[in-house]
Each structure stands twice: as structure tokens, then as C-alpha cells.
Design a protein around this ligand. Structure first.
Ligand code: G3P
Ligand code: CA
Length: 368
């Protein structure tokens, strides 16, 4: 065991949690628990997998270099050697499944200037209120925030805002890109789709999970051995997919339970919670902060028992999100590569979601 890892029997602190996902979590399901309570762990027996087996999951593509979820960002991620490429998925008014981080269009496109007056009462522009043809008219840009009429890049050092021409594309179009590149390069890169806000979609009259599975089946992703992980934050939807949709559609793809750094997910991180997850999922995708306390001292990293609980239950562990910007790296790590060293070599995760596939692939190659 690494000397800088310190295994804890009890909870990581939930003070200062900044990754709330309540907007994506079904209201009223009662999974709220006041404290994180991670199971006891002696810390000395975990088996750390070889770094070369660690999956590089391109988070929204090579989103550190090109606007997230654009075809260009996906092609770049592929060329940089990612093992899997992520697609966040939402639906349009006319039932197309498109690749977009969340169901709003206004912080990654010019929708407000192309379709003024189409915002809802909250001022947001919802993908589900537009047809695919309308969404294809939009120009996609690097993610921004709009406050008092002033546009600010979320990641100022990344691709400039409102430069070049990028469009929203469908899930099917992205699969055709990945499968086409697999044919032309002889590689076998996988896809890692995320069903976004299933409860929201259902309230709008759309069964996004069935629509996503329809696309997966069309492109022959049907078996547990196929190169796909299907992820979602909503455990009730994942159970529905496992128990109802997959059997009726004669499919058996691997499911991943996403776990946010939020009190809402605390019950899921207990031994009992993880056992329940293992009944329907092949892996978990936790915030990295659920594995190591972000406020840890550099020489004494406070490790939760979550990774061991998951491994003991037969679950893969793919934490998110690894970014190279200093303000995205916990203070306990010296730099991006040190962060990877901690999670890959010392902790033993099975894969990482990263905005920087090239840096991650290079790190893993050097670690072999
Ligand atoms: O799906 C893993 C990670 O992407 C979850 O967070 O908000 O980037 O989709 P988000
Ligand atoms: Ca995602």
C-alpha cells in the first residue's frame, strides 16, 4: 500500500460539496441520507490492476481541446487513443436522440439569437422544444456562462468561444463515426452513452431509455461483451432497464451507476447500497471526490472504502472527471500526472473519464 494513502473506516466529509446532481435525480424517490457512511476497510489487501488495463474514457470527446460533444472532438479523442468515447444523450421534440451534455441548448450554442422567444419561463432553451432540423441550424461553441449579458468561457484556456463551425449531431451519427473509424483503423474503440434526465423526459412524454436502446440495437450493441457501457445517475431507471427493457428487447449490455458527490447519493456508497447496485450494474462511475477526500493533505490522502466495496461486489470503478487545469486538480495532487498516478497506480481504478485523452494515454504508456 502506498504510504500517502490513508484508508478510513467512516465517511468522507460532505462539507462544501459542489457537484450536486439533484436536477438529474428523480425527485421523491427518497434516497436522501444525511451522512456518507463508507464501510470499514483494512486497506492492505486491494489488488491494483496493471495500468495498461486502465480504460481511457474520453469525456464528451477530447473536450479539453475542442467544443464538447462535437464530431471534431470525438474524432480527436479517437485519434488520441481513447478506449471509449462518451455520449451524453437527450431527446428532441421529434424524438431524435442527440448528443448534448444536458437538455439545455443555451450554454453551448447560439440558440438564443437564432430562435429568440423560444425559451421557457425559466429563461432556458430546452432541446426537447426543438425539432432535429431546427437544432441542426445552431452553431455549437465551447461551453460558456451568461451573466448580466456578459458571456464567459467556463474553461478560458480551451478552444475560443464562437470560432469555426460545429453542429449538434445524433447518437446514430456518432456511432457511425466510431464504427467507421474502427473499420478504417482496425481498432476496437467503444462507446459510453449516458441517459440524461430520464424522469424529465418521461414527464415530457418521452421514454429516452427505450429510444437509446433502440439505437444501440440498430448498431448491434446488444451483448455484455460488446464495446459499450450504458451509464445513468438515476438508479430507478437503471433497474428498469435491467429488469424490464433489456429482457424484452433481448439485450444484455453493461450498465454503469453514476454516483455524484452529493448527499443524495450517500446511501448508495454504503456496503448495502453497493450490493444493491451490483444486482443491476457492471460498474460505478463515482465523482473522484467520493474515492479520495478532496481536502486531503498531500502526504496523507484520505481514501474512502468505496473502491474496495465496489471491487468486492464485482463492480468496475470509473471515476470522473480528470482535467489538466490547475483549478480542476485537487490540491493534494502536484499536477495532472500526479493525480493519475494516485488514482491509477496507487488506488487502482479501472478507468477514468478525462477531457484529455492524449495526456492520459501517454501517462499509461509510460507506466507500463
Ligand atoms: O458521465 C460521467 C460524467 O460525465 C458525469 O458528469 O455532468 O459530465 O455528465 P457529467
Ligand atoms: Ca456524462
Amino acid at each position: 500500500m502506498s504510504e500517502r494513502l490513508s484508508y478510513r473506516k467512516a465517511a468522507l466529509s460532505t462539507e462544501g460539496i459542489d457537484e450536486m446532481k439533484s436536477d438529474q435525480f428523480p425527485v421523491g424517490h427518497g434516497i436522501l441520507v444525511a451522512l456518507l457512511f463508507l464501510a470499514a476497510c483494512d486497506g492492505g489487501t486491494s489488488v491494483v490492476p496493471a495500468a495498461s488495463e486502465t480504460l481511457v474514457i474520453a469525456h464528451r470527446g477530447a473536450s479539453g481541446y475542442l467544443p464538447e460533444h462535437t464530431i471534431a472532438a470525438k474524432a480527436m479523442a479517437y485519434a488520441q487513443g481513447a478506449d471509449f468515447i462518451e455520449q451524453d444523450l437527450v431527446m428532441t421534440q421529434d424524438d431524435a436522440v442527440i448528443v448534448l451534455h444536458d437538455h439545455h441548448l443555451d450554454t453551448v450554442s447560439n440558440v438564443a439569437s437564432i430562435f429568440p422567444g423560444r425559451a421557457r419561463g425559466d429563461g432556458r432553451y430546452y432541446a426537447i422544444d426543438f425539432t432535429l432540423a431546427e437544432i441542426r441550424e445552431l452553431s455549437v461553441t465551447e461551453r460558456f456562462e451568461l451573466q448580466d449579458g456578459v458571456i464567459t468561457a467556463v474553461f478560458p484556456e480551451r478552444f475560443p468561444i464562437n470560432r469555426s463551425t460545429f453542429r449538434v449531431h445524433t447518437f446514430a451519427e456518432e456511432i457511425e463515426l466510431v464504427q467507421g473509424l474502427n473499420r478504417s483503423t482496425g481498432r476496437s474503440v467503444g462507446i459510453y452513452p449516458e441517459i440524461k434526465s430520464p424522469a424529465f423526459h418521461l414527464a415530457e412524454g418521452k421514454d429516452i431509455s427505450r429510444a437509446v436502446l433502440d439505437v444501440l440495437k440498430t448498431y448491434d450493441y446488444t451483448r455484455a461483451t460488446d464495446m459499450v457501457f450504458l451509464q445513468c445517475f438515476d438508479p430507478y431507471e437503471l433497474v428498469r432497464i435491467r429488469q424490464e427493457l433489456l429482457p424484452t428487447m433481448n439485450m444484455d449490455v453493461r450498465l454503469v451507476q453514476l454516483i455524484a458527490y452529493s448527499k443524495e447519493f450517500a446511501a448508495m456508497t454504503t456496503a448495502e447500497g453497493i450490493q444493491k447496485v451490483s444486482a443491476y450494474a457492471a460498474g460505478i462511475g463515482p465523482s473522484m471526490h467520493l474515492l479520495i477526500d478532496p481536502d486531503s493533505d498531500p502526504g496523507n490522502l484520505e481514501v474512502s472504502g468505496l473502491l474496495e466495496l465496489a471491487h468486492d461486489a464485482g463492480l468496475k470503478v470509473h471515476p470522473y472527471t480528470f482535467r489538466r487545469e490547475r483549478n480542476q486538480i485537487p490540491a493534494y495532487a502536484k499536477d495532472y500526472e500526479d493525480l493519475l498516478d494516485i488514482f491509477v497506480n496507487e488506488l487502482g481504478v479501472d478507468g477514468v473519464f478525462t477531457d484529455f485523452p492524449d495526456r492520459t494515454v501517454r501517462f499509461l504508456e509510460n507506466a507500463r
